[in-house]
Ligand binder design. Structure first.
Ligand code: ADP
Length: 261
């Protein structure tokens, strides 16, 4: 009974972590990890005195090691906590640091839950002002478990503008709202494409999708991020655009504006 309050499990904060922000998506491949990584870096750049961490909760397809150019086996502290690996001033933890990158992870639901629980609570995060969690796509057990067990300041939903992505983004947003996690807003990723030859902007996935969803579920579109190869090359090369480009780059400004919100 102690665990329950109004029928909901009591949420236990992660020691030493002030604010937890979820970066979620309905579908895979919409750019969620890219947003999570650039948001963490933008926050750290915007608030240099604050400590920022990044947790890769995508057990089956960890992207953070590649995008943050980190590899290797974390050490343990004398309290037996896993030490996060650090790059670009961000403390990072990912299943990719603990298992062989090339081996597929074949686990049952319960093992996934206990892995997530360990990545949240058995890591030497403290002190952190912000912990950004790169969530797995969809609305499965991991999402529910995180949503129900830790206090979350807010969730950001990344989507692309086509109907097929928006349907799942809607489901994700509704799930968070249902479990009492504020949805801060939508990131409309790959919103448009600028032709490198003539500079013309085209909305290859449609122009109004994210805005329509935003009105329907009552959350703002926080930012439109164009489809741009420099974002992809930077992220996949382990040197994300927010730190590899100057502050007058409009793409950097897009991520910075997200951090400022
Ligand atoms: P998810 O986490 O949703 O599965 P990722 O962040 O891993 O998606 O992105 C999938 C691929 O798309 C990556 O190669 C990434 O570099 C690329 N990507 C993401 N956002 C953009 C963008 N705005 N422009 C160009 N490429 C992008």
């Amino acid at each position: 009974a102690q665990m329950m309050k109004k029928g909901l499990p009591v949420k236990k904060p992660i020691e030493g972590v002030k604010n937890v922000i979820l970066v979620a998506s309905g579908k895979g491949g919409v750019g969620k990890s890219t947003v999570a990584v650039n948001l963490a870096l933008a926050l750290s750049r915007h608030l240099p005195s604050q400590d920022v961490g990044l947790l890769d909760a995508d057990i089956f397809g960890p992207s953070i090691p590649t995008m943050m150019n980190l590899s290797g086996n974390p050490l343990l502290t004398d309290k037996n906590l896993i030490k996060p690996l650090v790059n670009y001033n961000i403390k990072c933890m990912s299943m990719g640091f603990l298992v062989d990158n090339n081996a597929p992870v074949i686990w049952r639901g319960l093992m996934v839950m206990s892995a997530i629980e360990k990545l949240l609570r058995q890591v030497d995060w403290s002190p952190l002002d912000y912990l950004i969690i790169d969530m797995p796509p969809g609305t499965g057990d991991t999402q529910l478990s995180i949503a129900q067990n830790i206090p979350v300041a807010g969730a950001i939903i990344v989507t692309t503008p086509q109907e097929i992505a928006l349907i799942d983004a809607r489901k994700g947003a509704l799930m968070f709202q249902k479990v009492g996690i504020p949805v801060v807003g939508l990131v409309n990723n790959m919103a448009s494409y600028a032709c490198p030859n003539c500079g013309h902007h085209s909305h290859i996935f449609g122009a109004t999708g994210a805005e329509k969803l935003s009105k329907e579920i009552g959350v703002d579109v926080l930012v439109d991020i164009p489809l741009d190869t420099s974002i992809m090359e930077a992220a996949d090369g382990g040197y994300p655009i927010v730190i590899s480009s100057t502050s007058n780059n409009p793409l950097v400004q897009a991520y910075m504006s997200l951090a400022e919100k």
